[in-house]
Design a protein around this ligand. Structure first.
Ligand code: NBP
Length: 518
């Protein structure tokens, strides 16, 4: 089959005999991105390490896909490379890490100077910086591009976050702009309705060149960190509605449906409503969510975000909390044992004024979400200094409005905030978000204190509130902290009555040795 395809003439968009683009890695993301490109009129060469998977994909395409004639499979890497028009654009969607380096090593003897390699996987941005530098020295363009939206996003319009050189973007841009999700220019709402062979037309495209080398993968990583905290906040809201108000999953599903019509409107809120009303496929009398083990998995991008926040000293504590919450959930057996030993208050279910409490949870969720996004954007603002990028935050929020997992109405407000003030220091200081927090914080505080009172674990709600209160505090107890550090370690301190950057030390009269008395 591969040979027959290789002999086909006139494939490229301009009638050339070579294909427009190549893709390596035909797992779920790769297959769907290929079909998306083919639907948009691009002819695509495909290759997979395991040829049988590639053949299976081609057969499936031919049986089911209207754009199958634009998809061409190659069993040999050399034939695959030779089938692509120059400068070659070769996308790979393989497992992040070592496989990406292996693919590059295999391609290097086969490609030419000026060709463009595009890594669409969830690679760590530092790997992307390294790869871009190594390949640039060989005359090869390298683009690290975040691809978000899961398999459906890849198929009908993902949010695409490319880094790399401007020159590479000139070649890749037309493809990326065509296949990315589209949103309504005025409302920012995602344009839906794509089906195989009939992609969405018009609207603003959810991709933009974000900056050199690792900028795209860095932004994708922060997107995933925000995705972690968005999901954790949703889960805490669910836990409160369930525990404190004694609501059943289908009742909570209705609440999420309602929230999805307001400020919280987003893909994750929408699918939460679906998941909560789903019945268990094995035991139809039970709700699906009650049959799912409460031990969360993770692939690492949330952890990278939290680790990088620690590395560069930005308080992204809500994002970190979301990672820890997954870690705590994974200690299932320990938690089961501890639940029989460690005492706490018994949750008293509130029976009256349900609507009032639901609205309070909604406010707590919204305020916490603002803090979480403020942290994510602040992290990117610091990272750009570290890596010499010039990120456009309004643009980033813009390309997250469609296609990706965190797509939300809310993102339009972030775009507006950064369009009004490009130097905005913290999202919470934007007039719209400031007003939102001012209007809802009483309920947020009540929910956090009710969780503490009733013994419901809501770490992200609490951590976001601590961040808000910390950020708005003129004075924090770090003065005492600095005093302690100076006492035991002569770490010095700055003074309130002197310019920043001058350091002082007290010659403590009787410093106690760093040991404690038994
Ligand atoms: P996987 O991450 O499961 O990777 C499977 C693909 O990698 C297969 O095509 C496999 O070939 C290929 N591969 C491996 Br593994 N090692 C290879 C090597 N040394 N040389 C060549 N090919 C190799 O696929 P995925 O879930 O489609 O994800 C692809 C990328 O996109 C990942 O980086 C992922 O993190 C990212 N991503 C995934 C999602 C999602 O929803 N799944 C969303 C966003 C981003 P084989 O068939 O021969 O084993």
């Amino acid at each position: 089959m591969a040979k027959k395809k290789a002999a086909t003439k006139k494939r490229g968009t301009n009638g050339a005999t070579k294909n427009d683009v190549g893709l390596i890695g035909l797992a779920v993301m790769g297959q769907n991105l290929v079909l998306n490109m083919a639907d948009h009129g691009f002819s695509v060469s495909v290759y997979n390490r395991t040829t049988a998977k590639m053949n299976e994909f081609i057969e499936k395409c031919e049986a089911e896909e209207p754009s199958a004639n634009r998809v061409h499979g190659y069993a040999k890497l050399k034939a695959f490379v030779q089938s692509i028009a120059k400068p070659r654009k070769i996308i790979f969607l393989v497992k992040a890490g070592r496989p990406v380096d292996m693919v590059i090593d295999e391609l290097l003897p086969l490609i030419d100077k000026g060709d463009i390699l595009i890594d669409g996987g969830n690679s760590e941005w530092l790997d992307t910086i390294r790869r871009e530098k190594d390949l640039a020295a060989k005359g090869i363009n390298f683009v690290g591009s975040g691809v978000s939206g899961g398999e459906l996003g890849a198929r009908f319009g993902p949010s695409l976050m490319p880094g790399g050189s401007k020159e590479a973007w000139k070649s890749l841009g037309p493809i990326w702009r065509a296949i990315a999700a589209k949103v309504d220019k005025k409302t920012g709402a995602e344009l839906q309705g794509a089906e195989p062979g009939k992609p969405v037309k018009g609207g603003e495209t959810c991709t933009a060149h974000l900056g050199p080398d690792g900028a795209g993968h860095y932004v994708k990583m922060v997107h995933n960190g925000i995705e972690y905290i968005d999901m954790q906040l949703i889960c805490e809201a669910y836990a409160i509605l369930r525990g404190l108000l004694g609501m059943k999953p289908d009742e909570i599903s209705k609440v999420f449906e309602d929230w999805n019509t307001g400020e919280l409107s987003s893909y994750l809120i929408e699918i939460t409503a679906d998941v909560l009303q789903q019945k268990d496929p094995v035991n139809k009398r039970k709700f699906f969510v009650d049959s799912v083990l409460d031990a969360a998995g993770q692939k690492g991008t949330g952890k990278w975000t939290a680790m990088n926040a620690l590395d560069i000293g930005i308080p992204a504590n809500a994002i970190g909390e979301a990672v820890y919450a997954r870690c705590l959930s994974a200690l299932k057996e320990q938690r089961v044992a501890a639940s029989k030993v460690l005492k706490g208050p018994k949750v008293k279910v509130i029976k009256s004024n349900r609507k009032k409490y639901i609205d309070m949870v909604c406010d707590a969720l919204y305020c916490s979400k603002i803090c979480a996004y403020a942290q994510g954007f602040q992290l990117m603002a610091e990272a750009q200094k570290e890596y010499n990028w010039k990120l456009n935050f309004g643009e980033i929020a813009k390309i997250w409005r469609g296609g990706c997992i965190i797509r939300a109405r809310f993102l339009q407000k972030i775009t507006d905030a950064y369009t009004k003030d490009k130097k905005l220091q913290n999202l919470m200081l934007d007039p719209y978000f400031k007003k939102a927090i001012h209007g809802s914080q009483d309920n947020w505080r009540k929910i956090v204190s009710m969780c503490a009172e009733h013994g419901i674990s809501a770490p992200a709600f609490g951590s976001a509130l601590a961040y808000y209160d910390g950020y708005r505090s003129e004075v924090l107890p770090a003065n005492l902290l600095q005093g302690l550090r100076d006492y035991f370690g002569a770490h010095t301190y700055e003074r309130v009555d002197k310019k920043r950057g001058q350091f002082f030390h007290v010659d403590w009269p009787d410093p106690k040795r760093p040991q404690y008395k038994v």
